[in-house]
Design a binder for this molecule. Structure first.
Ligand SMILES: Nc1ncnc2c1ncn2[C@@H]1O[C@H](COP(=O)(O)OP(=O)(O)OP(=O)(O)O)[C@@H](O)[C@H]1O
Length: 879
């Protein structure tokens, strides 16, 4: 995985985040083996140096369509690439030849239409975008060209889209190998229509998937020489039997029970059914309906599909009779009987359901009751009938229901196989494996043990294949790979399946030994594997055990291991049903061969599910080993089952665990490979001198590798192969070089900017200064002007005032003078007038006197008086 080396302050890295698994950020501080990272989500994270990973800053924004093109092959890089592509609705991505398919949780019809099929038909692998059709096409072409069988292994956790992917593969193979215009039921049609039938009986709603396959499936499609489908076979693995009797909320039982309850009224009445809520096997959960799914519609669709795969009406009727009988069996209840440890039917309801169940199974109701309540013990002396207590009767009832259902399912698979038909002359086949992925829950039982065992087996196959592919590439590129280690999980497989001494063998031993309990079994495990590095005994438990699987540690609870491993049909149930008047039901329980009966002493017949499964698995592996495998890893992007959300949660990491396993294998060799051009483009700057006048790319790359002193790195024919961590080392040096160059550029730019800033500042200062000075001068000038103006105004005003005063004075003087003069003139005038008047008067008087004889004396006196008056007047005026 490439432990981070050469992380420096400023490096862009991925660091673990408890909420979103991985977050990118920049290293801000390194102290010993601890680093401080400023994450892009704003958090400051302190982490161990060895737990952070370098981030490729040069990665394309839209991600890469092949993960091997990533510069850093590590978990966060892989998840980031998938997330980026998923946001763009690119649900498929390659990792070399492996296809990763992320469940879109929405219909994308354009991705799967006939036009798309035409596009991928015969297109060279890798030329078009990653697609499930490209994988199917590659398998088909390889089969036709090399005459070799191929297989496509689809894996992933529940709800990741395995079944949908398998359907697409089968549709595409039917398109490639189908016969045009054939009438009636063609093989490919039957293969495709087998899906709805198997889904109705083998799928159920779980918390993780509304249509979860509760079995593993390997479909073999056989082809003739012309590449046409000539036959097919379906193999199924490990149906979840416990679901028939036990359903937890909000899950559902198998779809077929609900479909039958929603069948047309006459059929519901025929099977004495009704509301699913009235049946114990269905009403343990409150979930009866699925959003967007019509059980009534699906019932008819299942019937149609049954017609197509060749199940006759009579058989269909018998199948649904058996399904209905299981529901009625589930409603039979027990209570304590009169005798100790015995039981009887609880009430009339129970009697009614027992009667109906017997009718539907066409067996004797009394025999059915006996089979549920009693056990036959064969001793050397006699045959004893022992009663079961109510709890034992319940176990017996549920055992019967589970056995009948699993036999029914097996019958369906066989029937489909027979009716599709095998082609004995076929040399080539394409197998499609749709099998449960690795499981680790809070509580893990025998089912999870078997599932994880399967995944270990497949993982080994995968490792070997990826390793082989790696080796092929190294050989093609002519590089030395002799020292590359093979990553293997053989030790876990030995722990589980080794004979003798493996867990499965010890479990079988425990099951065969009557006094064994899960405690004794667990103690045996603890003893046997106390120093096994893949086996861990939890400190606080006396019965649990942990296995360190390739995908992580899983804690198993061993309490039901023994019961679940025992695979035997209670002889009483076997006898009852093989005696059924219905040939279909009796056919489900063919008589047990005499030898087995004898050797098992009838009551102690034992066969182990674990061992049987191990054999089945080995057969599957043998088949797969004889084919050229192709892998599709389905990834569930979120647990909300909603589109467009890819949560990079810790659990999400598990989804790509298989892919990471491939990466780990690559890491054992040369995880990073770059074409010469890419290498020079990226690292040419580390030794620019080698590029000058050199046209030999390989030689240039070689020189760079030598200059960098990278031990182990090799140049192939077209690519440079780097060992784990070397890419990071080169990148670190490149980053250092770039950072030094950046520092020089920064320095120069900063100087330039500072100078430019200074000059601008200086210019601005001068400009401001001159403006200020100008302004000040203007102000001064203005003041001077004002001063001058005010002086002028003052002068004028003063002048004016002076003139005004003077004028007023002058005027007053003139007025005064005028008045005086006027007075004087008046006086003079009056005097003259008086004088004149006096003269006149005098003259008059004189004249009078003269006339009248007035003496002269008087006249003189009068004249003197007149003159005196005149001179007084004149003096007065002058004053
Ligand atoms: N390619 C796809 N396009 C659209 N929807 C899809 C696609 N793949 C999966 N889905 C959706 O996801 C659901 C779960 O897918 P599917 O049943 O194939 O999962 P699975 O891996 O087979 O699960 P299980 O192991 O529980 O059977 C489907 O019912 C469908 O709604």
């Amino acid at each position: 995985m490439g432990t981070p080396v050469n992380i420096i302050v400023g490096s862009h890295v991925w660091v673990e985040d408890p909420d979103i698994a991985w977050v990118d950020g920049e290293v801000t501080k390194i102290k010993g083996d601890e680093v401080e990272v400023q994450a892009s989500n704003g958090k400051k994270i302190v982490a161990k140096l060895k737990s952070i990973y370098p981030k490729d800053e040069d990665a394309p924004a839209g991600g890469v369509d092949d993960m091997t093109k990533l510069s850093y092959l590590h978990e966060p890089g892989v998840l980031q690439n998938l997330a980026t592509r998923y946001q763009l609705n690119e649900i498929y991505t390659y990792t070399g030849g492996i296809l990763i398919a992320i469940n879109p949780f929405q219909r994308l019809p354009h991705l799967y239409d006939t036009h798309m099929m035409e596009q991928y038909k015969g297109a060279p692998f890798g030329e078009l975008s990653p697609h499930v059709f490209a994988i199917a096409d590659m398998a088909y072409r390889a089969m036709i060209n090399e005459g070799k069988s191929n297989s496509i292994l689809v894996s992933g956790e529940s709800g990741a889209g395995k079944t949908e992917t398998t359907k697409m593969l089968m549709r595409y193979l039917a398109y490639l190998g189908g016969r045009k215009g054939t009438e009636g039921r063609t093989v490919e049609q039957q293969v495709l229509e087998s899906n709805p039938v198997l889904e109705a009986f083998g799928n159920a709603k779980t918390v993780r998937n509304n249509n979860s396959s509760r079995f593993g499936k390997f479909v073999e499609i056989q082809f003739d020489k012309q590449g046409r489908i000539s036959g097919a076979a379906i193999r199924t693995y490990l149906l979840e039997r416990s679901r028939v009797c036990q359903v937890s909320d909000p899950e559902r039982n198998y779809h077929c029970f609900y479909l039958l309850c929603a069948a047309p009224q006459e059929e519901v009445e025929k099977y004495k059914l009704g509301n699913p809520k009235t049946f114990h096997y269905l009403n343990q959960s409150n979930c009866y309906e699925l959003v967007g799914v019509s059980d009534a519609h699906d019932y008819l669709a299942t019937r149609r599909a049954m017609d197509i795969v060749g199940i006759s009406q009579k058989e269909q009727d018998a199948i649904f009779r058996v399904v209905a009988s299981i529901l009625h069996i589930g409603n039979i209840e027990f209570t304590k009987g009169k005798e100790i440890d015995s039981s009887v039917l609880k009430n009339d309801q129970s009697k009614f359901h027992l009667k109906i169940a017997a009718e539907l199974l066409m067996c004797d109701p009394v025999a059915l009751e006996d089979a549920l309540l009693k056990r036959v013990m064969v001793t050397p002396e006699e045959v004893i009938k022992r009663s079961l207590d109510p709890d034992g009767a319940l176990v017996s009832r549920d055992g019967l229901a589970k056995t009948v259902y699993s036999r029914l399912f097996d019958w369906l698979v066989d029937k489909i196989n027979v009716s599709i038909g095998q082609d004995p002359n076929s040399k080539c086949l394409i197998g499609v494996l749709d099998i449960y992925g690795f499981e680790s829950f809070k509580s893990n039982s025998f089912e999870q043990f078997c599932i994880n065992f399967t995944n270990e087996k497949l993982q080994q196959h995968f490792n070997q294949h990826v390793f082989k592919m790696e080796q092929e590439e190294y050989t093609r590129e002519e590089i030395d790979w002799s020292y590359i280690e093979f990553v293997d999980n053989q030790d876990v497989l030995d722990l589980i399946e080794k004979k003798p001494g493996g867990i499965v063998a010890l479990l079988d031993e425990a099951c065969m030994f009557p006094k064994s309990t899960h405690e004794t079994f667990s103690q045996k495990l603890y003893q046997t594997f106390k120093s096994h590095k893949r086996f861990i005994k939890p400190k606080l438990s006396r019965t649990d055990f942990t296995i360190a699987h390739y995908a992580g540690e899983v804690l198993y609870q061993s309490d039901q291991f023994l019961d679940k491993n025992k695979d035997y049909v209670v002889p009483e149930h076997q006898d009852l049903l093989s005696a059924s008047k219905c040939s279909f039901v009796s056919g489900l329980f063919p008589p047990v061969p005499e030898e087995t009966t004898k050797s098992s002493n009838k009551s102690s017949k034992f066969s182990s599910i674990g061992s049987r499964f191990k054999v089945q698995l080995q057969q599957l592996m043998d088949t797969l080993n004889s084919t050229e495998p192709h892998y599709i890893r389905c990834v569930k992007p979120n647990n909300l089952l909603k589109p467009a959300i890819l949560r990079m949660s810790i659990s999400c990491s598990n989804y790509v665990v298989g892919v990471l396993e491939a990466i780990r294998i690559s890491c054992a060799g040369y995880p990073t490979r770059k074409t010469f051009y890419e290498f020079l483009h990226r690292f040419g700057l580390l030794a620019p001198e080698v590029l000058e006048g050199n046209n030999d790319e390989k030689a240039a790359c070689q020189k760079i590798l030598e200059k960098m002193g990278l031990a182990g790195a090799q140049s192939g024919k077209t690519k440079v192969f780097l060992r784990a961590g070397q890419m990071a080392e080169l990148d670190a040096r490149r980053a250092l070089k770039l950072s030094n160059a950046a520092k020089t550029i920064q320095r120069k730019v900063r100087t330039h900017i500072a100078r430019r800033h200074f000059l601008a500042l200086q210019k601005a200062a001068i400009c401001m200064q001159s403006a200020c000075r100008g302004r000040l001068a203007c102000k001064l000038f203005d003041n001077l002007k004002r001063e001058a103006a005010s002086l002028k105004i003052q002068t004028n005003l003063r002048g004016y005032l002076a003139r005004k005063n003077y004028s007023q004075l002058k005027y007053s003087v003139v007025v005064l003078q005028t008045g005086m003069r006027a007075m004087a003139a008046h006086g003079q005038f009056r005097y003259r007038k008086q004088t004149k008047a006096a003269t006149i008067i005098q003259r008059f008087f004189i004249l009078q006197e003269t006339r009248m004889g007035i003496n002269l004396d008087t006249m003189q006196r009068r004249e003197v008086v007149a003159r005196k008056a005149a001179s007084e007047t004149e003096n007065g005026t002058r004053f």
